[in-house]
Each structure stands twice: as C-alpha cells, then as structure tokens.
Ligand binder design. Sequence first.
Ligand code: TXA
Ligand code: MG
Length: 398
Amino acid sequence: MTKLWVVKNEYNIEEPSIREAADLLRQGEQVAFPTETVYGLGADARNTEAVDGIFRAKGRPSDNPLIVHIAEEGMLFELATAVDEVSLRLARAFWPGPLTLVLPVRPGAVSPRVTAGLDTVAVRMPAHPVALSLIAAAGCPVAAPSANRSGRPSPTLAEHVREDLAGRIAGIVDAGAAGVGLESTVAEVGVDGRVHVLRPGGVTPAELARVAGCEVVVAGERAGGSGEGGGATGSGGGAAAAVADAAAGARGREAEGRAAPAGEAVHDDESFRPKAPGMKYAHYAPQGRLAVVQGGRAEAVASRILQELDQARAAGEVTGVLAPEEHAHLYRDRADLVVSCGSLRDPESTARELFAALRRFDEAGATCIFAEAFAEEGIGLAVMNRLRKAAANTVIKV
Ligand code: TXA
Ligand code: MG
C-alpha cells in the first residue's frame, strides 16, 4: 500500500505529513516528494537497502547513479572530499535551485549504489519548501531520482507518480505541480577548468557562465554559455571531441569518438560514449513512435507533419501531434490527438508542460506521434534534449 499525503501548508515544517514521510525515510523506506523541477523518489542515501529499493521500484539499471539531495550547505562538505572554488560559487549562486554538481565523493558518505561505483557524487539542494523540510526532518542526505518508472517521462504531478509507482513505494507527498517541469542541470567542473554540462536543465549554460566566469561546454549538444559559438570554438584540434565527451574530458581521460574540426558546431553524435552515466538509456519515451520535425520555417514544419499524418492515418495508425499552442489548431482535424505544449512566447511554459503532454499520448493509445521542434535557446536547450531523447533521436529535418 502506498500512502498519499496532501500537504496543506508547504511552508509548515511541523506539517504532520512531512514528519510521517521523514520517519519512513529514516526507516529505510522509499517516499516520493515534490521538488521545484520534477517529483523525486527519495531514500536515505547512506542505506544500501533503502537505495536498492529505489532501483527496484523504478526498474532502473543499477549502473545509472542517483542525485543526492541536501537541505543545507554543511551537508555538501559531508558528501564531497573537496569542493573547488567554481563549484562552490555555483552552489552559492544557484542553491537552492535546479542545479546538480558532480564532485569527488567522500568515501563512506553514501552507499556505493548511489554513485554506481564512481568516485564522484552528484549533489543538489532543491528549491521546494516541502523537499527542504522533508530532508531536514529526515536528517540524512536523500538520494532521489525522478519518481517515474524507468524510461517514462518524469512526473510533474503526484498523479503521475501514482500512475507509475503506486503499490511499489511507501508513500507520496502531494504538494501540487512541480515548478520548472524538467530535471536539474547536471554540471561538473573539469580538470580543464571548464564547466561541463552533463545534462541541460533549469539553469541555462549562459547563467552558469555568468557566475562561473569560465567557459561552459555542453556535452554532445550545441555548446553555449560563454563567447560566440560556445565552448566548441577557439580551442585546439581536439576541442570538439573533448566537448562531446565532457565526462571523460572533465575527468582528464582521453576523449573517445570522432573529432570534429575545431570551430565546427557540436551536435549530438551517438557514436560518442555516453557523457553522464545513464545517458545511454531510453528516456521519457511514449509507447508510440515519436519523431521530431525541425526546420527553419514554421510553414515547412507544419506541412511536413500534415503530410506524415495523412500517411500514418492511411496506414491505420493512431496519430498524435505535439505543438506549441499557437500551432495546435493546424493539426486538429488531421490527427487523432493534438496536445499543445506551452506558448512560443513563453519557453518556460513549454518546459513545465512537456512531460505531462508526453504522458497524454499513452492515455490515448497513440501509435505514431509527431512533435514540432522548439527553439534551442535558454531553457529550450533542455526541452529539446528531453524531446530528442523521447524520440530516440528520430529527427526529420525539413
Ligand atoms: O531535477 C532533478 O535532478 C530530479 C529531482 C528529483 O531532483 N532528479 C533527477 O534524478 O533527475 P535522475 O536520477 O533521474 O537523474 C540523475 C542524473 C543522471 O543523468 C545521472 O547520470 C546523473 O544525474 N548523475 C548522477 N550521479 C552522477 C555522477 N557521479 N557523475 C555524473 N553524472 C551523474
Ligand atoms: Mg530520471
């Protein structure tokens, strides 16, 4: 049985539901809770059995490490052996908030299951009063991946957690919709002195660059943040390969994969080794096939989607379209389900709505789905990262 608590006053640390949930965490149970990004599935990060329960409940591969959540800065120094100056500056600027920092782990500070045997640990302080109260009341670092079954879109509502995990975890703390709607930015300061974004998220590369005062490079994506063209430009011959394999670069290992000429824009290239562990796995995918349609002209994108829809319908598919609200009307009579996902004028709204939108295609039994690509600026970088993953990189360029 999974307990459901509805938090009435999220700023009340004495809230009985938060105390009950914290007691369960201390006893080694798994409890889902809201953060400002998505709902997380928490367990005591020091307790191997408790952490194992997270992997079991989610069906998550054990080589994909977890983020450890803290409620105050002191906990950071208990988890990491050393916090370099840039990481500390980033933590102080963005915590509590949607930034996860990868740092050298203090031996014995967390269960080896949390780090999947790596010598680093990913740490973040969430900006949600319920999450902060819960962690403080539990009195332990809380390992928490997103509270979805592995492979599914991350939950932005307690209802999504219930859909995926009811009966598999001890409880769910419901405090309404999560904020950003996409997971935190995962970043690591490399031995090369640059900030490597391993997963784009709520804090953009430009925001990181402003605080870090050094170059910010985005693993396997369009680089950005400092200078024009971002991290791919201006460095020596192997720069692009190092950017595309940020984890290896960050740890000072030799970058694998094909080197692009210096100065060339760096795009996703699946031939490169995964940068953050876990990036090799399918994520966020609806049950139907999903293709992203991308092009410079909105008319060309729409007409290609309409053409694909007609073909798919003729082939007996249940069709779906994901598009910004300004374009949704274009597809209404040509697809079985049209889900609008935020407004072109408000990219944050797209981030907030994306995961819930993806879930709707499964409810409708869509077998063939087309999504309009979104602009890859600011939070749009994270939106497109998730959308491409949901589509297993099927991108139709027009
Ligand atoms: O917003 C979030 O970050 C949410 C909420 C619940 O806080 N959590 C979340 O956790 O998204 P999860 O487990 O779904 O994502 C963890 C990410 C993965 O991409 C994983 O590979 C990366 O963090 N990660 C964890 N430990 C790492 C490490 N030591 N080095 C590099 N990447 C790491
Ligand atoms: Mg996740």
